[in-house]
Write a protein that binds this ligand. Structure first.
Ligand code: DAH
Length: 357
């Protein structure tokens, strides 16, 4: 029995794993273990022998069981310590900088334009992308037979069979937000409305979904001179140059009278745009004095109030400012493109900190 005890206690002490311990347990005190077999022999012994051997075997069994349990918990602690050592992390080490995605140029430019106009006192207004025929056209002085309806390449929503109301449309411009904002707030009002618009068109500079930003300023004494100043201020700030020159070219929009398309003096040097100098002109937006019928449709009295409106293509601004050649790539979700043209997520544009740094 002493031999058994020495043998097993030494083996348990030396065991290197829980599996090895389990093997030892089976060999010693398992059903067919050495000590269990010895206990079965008790039956063959004389009562005197049994009297000493029985308690001694039981004591040996207990001792081995508790040695097994102690070793098992020691092995467990060692495994935990090993894991803790392996998973140790020095939190005082400086972090490895990693870009957590990028800001899309459309978001960046929307943010830049919004920041500039917010600085001039414009609030942000919104409207739905699925718009009624009335808001998208009629209220903006575009009657059903008006040719502008065809020029827009409008996407029409489905109407149930037999429902002959005019179908809703995917808004073709942000101008309907002018009506919604004036209905809600009345005049005086100064808002901009950035958002998605839709037209059935697809080539290098057109995608079926794109972005515009609408501007609207209505009060008792707003003139075209205010429009010109606002747009010049905007261009100076947006293109981050000291001087800009704008050219107002007579145009026609149903919702403004008079109407002007605005061109920006520029030059192209080796394919990059230089704003404010040179002999080229680039069209950047449509604008004008809001048509009295538009004010009327929105519940604003045109004999008291007047003002200007403008509409700018955001994607086009992004292409110009950041030298991006193909509009279609904007909406491909190609990660390589996004990493190349995207902006760091923590660099929020501000007037004081810089727009595009
Ligand atoms: N809605 C016009 C378009 O999508 C752009 C526009 C032109 C908006 C003149 C205006 C404006 O507010 O006054 O082509």
């Amino acid at each position: 029995m002493d031999d058994l005890k020495r043998k097993y206690l030494a083996a348990i002490d030396a065991a290197g794993s829980e599996a090895a311990l389990e093997d030892l347990r089976l060999a010693a005190v398992g059903k067919k273990g050495e000590i269990s077999l010895k206990m079965r022999e008790l039956g063959k012994m004389s009562p005197e022998e049994r009297q000493t051997a029985g308690p001694a075997l039981n004591a040996l069994k207990d001792e081995i069981n508790s040695a097994l349990a102690a070793k098992k918990s020691a092995l467990g602690d060692a495994a935990l310590n090993e894991r803790l050592r392996g998973e140790w992390l020095d939190v005082t080490l400086p972090a490895r900088p990693r870009r957590m995605g990028t800001i899309h140029p459309v978001s960046q430019v929307t943010e830049e334009v919004t920041t500039i106009f917010a600085d001039m006192g414009f609030a942000v207004a919104e409207g739905p992308q699925v718009e009624s025929d009335w808001y998208n056209f009629d209220a903006l002085n575009i009657a059903p037979e008006h040719p502008a309806r065809q020029e827009f390449d409008t996407f029409y929503m489905h109407r149930a069979e037999g429902d002959d109301r005019p179908p809703h449309v995917l808004r073709t411009h942000t101008s309907p937000v002018q009506i919604r904002a004036m209905e809600k707030q009345g005049a005086p009002i100064r808002v901009i409305a950035p958002g998605r618009v839709y037209r059935s068109d697809y080539d290098q500079t057109h995608t079926p979904m794109f972005h515009q930003i609408e501007g609207l300023a209505i009060d008792t004494d707003i003139s075209m001179a205010n429009l010109k100043w606002c747009l010049e201020e905007f261009c100076r700030a947006f293109f981050e140059v000291d001087e800009v020159e704008l050219r107002f070219r007579a145009s026609h929009f149903p919702f403004t009278e008079p109407s002007a398309e605005v061109d920006l003096r520029c030059s192209w040097v080796d394919g990059t745009l230089k704003v404010g100098e040179g002999d080229d002109w680039m069209e950047i937006l449509g604008s004008g004095m809001v048509h009295p019928k538009v004010l009327q449709a929105a519940g604003v009295d045109p004999s008291v109030y007047q003002g200007f409106a403008f509409g700018i293509g955001i994607d086009r601004l992004a292409m110009l400012k950041y030298g991006i050649p193909d509009l279609r790539a904007f909406f491909d979700s190609d990660l390589r493109w996004l990493r190349h043209y995207g902006f760091a997520s923590l660099d929020v544009p501000t007037m004081r900190g810089g727009l595009s740094r």
